[in-house]
Design a protein around this ligand. Structure first.
Ligand code: DLL
Length: 441
């Protein structure tokens, strides 16, 4: 039991440091149970498993899963709200739902045991980097239908830490509480930490005098230069935490202190990488779309769920001691990929270039327009207070030099428009990095 391992370096050492053979045998056992459960309790899955000619009891190899079709977000929506639940509603004790701007949201459900699994999976991640019962965890993710707030709340409580369920927003209050309660752990989106840093500077709070040790930051893509900026400003270890509502919420994977890839909780979530165009499974180290099959939850299992997130999987000898497979930080989603004059561009590639340029602030917006049937891409980015007011630089020349850097990194011309400090909208949750004005022009 997890609780008994609290004196260890790791929460579940028998899983996280297990040999590859042992992990695979756990996954096969859990996969059989999950497929059987789906088969017996939901007609959608029963038909799929029958059509694939698969007998869950006879699964011998993880690759047998490739006989089953993928599940898409559209299929979850078509079965709104509870059509893909695999337990009676009387056994479901919680629902969450994922944000979506059009159509039905996707609704996900949890039994009591599923909530235990979720808390345990995320507690494992937090404990393994060093969160203990004397920590003070400020949960600045939204509480509600979004999984961020409740996910971290229950996981930190599971460890026995003191939790501040402050949710997102009211940044000055966040900083007061962080100072007065001496928060040691912060859970929110990476973009929100930078907004916190900006307000802290304005009201004279110095993070080097606060007590933050770790930030579990996720729910949106971010880059290495952004991490450097966050660590410098907030004086903490900024760790990339990944998850999605359909699979469970936060707790699917997270970086350890080595900060080189996110260890996946493989006993609960079976990852695959596929070619998003052909659906073909790709080998380790090759980039493609992440697909997950849940291996233990009951109310809302997912089979080969296409996340649309771009990453790759790899095994390495991580010096943290954990042997769980890693995924590269998701660089974006297939549906966020911009195709500009035939070139594929992810917002994170633009961020990577901008964040390495001195005198730019980490606040930017990519604006898409259309002129004479041609797509145009422009990036608005704030300059530092110092150069804006003291006019220490020829801004036009500066714009041109950034355009050149973007061109040499990405290969297309991106117009740069420098903006006054604090003119681009800040985010207290998931940042909106792209403003697509093409339809309206
Ligand atoms: O964002 C769950 C979460 C909460 C994860 C708090 C981490 C921390 P959804 O709202 O369903 O769930 O959105 C899931 O967000 O498919 C990715 O596209 C994106 N995403 C989540 N974490 C990361 C990350 C939560 N670390 C969608 N890096 C996913 C990049 C991320 N993208």
């Amino acid at each position: 039991m997890a609780e008994n391992s609290k004196d260890n370096k790791f929460w579940d050492p028998e899983i996280t440091t297990a040999s590859r053979d042992k992990i695979i045998s756990i996954q096969i056992e859990n996969l059989k149970k999950t497929l059987k459960h789906c088969y017996e309790n939901n007609n959608f899955y029963k038909k799929r498993i029958d059509d694939a000619g698969l007998n869950p009891d006879k699964i011998k190899d993880l690759s047998d899963i490739e006989k089953l079709p993928f599940t898409s977000k559209d299929e979850l929506r078509e079965n709104y709200p509870f059509g893909l639940f695999c337990t009676p509603l009387s056994k479901v004790v919680r629902v969450h739902s994922s944000s979506g701007t059009t159509g039905n949201p996707t609704v996900v459900g949890y039994t009591k045991e599923d909530l235990e699994i979720w808390a345990d999976a995320l507690a494992r991640i937090m404990y393994d980097v060093g969160v203990r019962e004397d920590d003070i965890v400020q949960v600045s993710h939204g509480f509600g239908m979004f999984t961020g707030g409740f996910g971290f709340q229950y996981a930190a409580e599971r460890i026995g830490a003191l939790v501040i369920p402050i949710s997102g927003g009211n940044t000055e209050r966040q900083l007061k509480i962080m100072t007065d309660f001496k928060s040691t752990v912060l859970c929110c989106t990476p973009s929100y930490t930078l907004y916190m840093a900006e307000i802290a500077e304005k009201i004279g709070i110095d993070f080097s005098k606060l007590h933050l040790k770790f930030g579990f930051l996720g729910a949106e893509p971010w880059t290495e230069p952004m991490r450097a900026e966050i660590e410098k400003k907030l004086c903490m270890n900024a760790l990339n935490s990944y998850g999605l509502s359909e699979v469970i919420g936060p707790g699917v994977s997270c970086e350890c202190l080595v900060k080189d890839g996110l260890h996946i909780n493989e006993d609960h979530f079976l990852p695959e990488i596929i070619d998003p165009k052909t659906g073909k499974t790709l080998p380790h180290n090759q980039q493609g779309e992440l697909v997950f099959t849940s291996l233990s939850k009951k109310a809302f299992p997912v089979i080969r769920y296409r996340t649309k997130d771009i990453s790759y999987l790899y095994l390495d000898d991580c010096s943290c001691g954990k042997k769980l497979i890693k995924m590269a930080p998701p660089m974006g989603r297939t549906d966020d990929m911009l195709i500009i004059r035939g070139v594929n561009v992810f917002p994170s590639q633009i961020e990577e270039v901008l964040m390495q340029i001195k005198d730019l602030e980490p606040h930017y917006l990519i604006v898409l327009t259309r002129e004479n049937y041609l797509d145009k891409i422009e990036v608005w980015v704030e300059v530092s207070e110092k150069i804006f007011h003291e006019k220490l630089m020829d801004l036009e020349f500066f714009e041109k030099s950034i355009e050149d850097k973007l061109y040499s990194a990405i290969g297309i011309h991106i117009k740069v428009s420098l903006k006054e400090p604090r003119t681009i909208a800040r985010s207290e949750g998931k940042a909106q990095r792209v403003w697509d004005r093409r339809e309206k022009i």
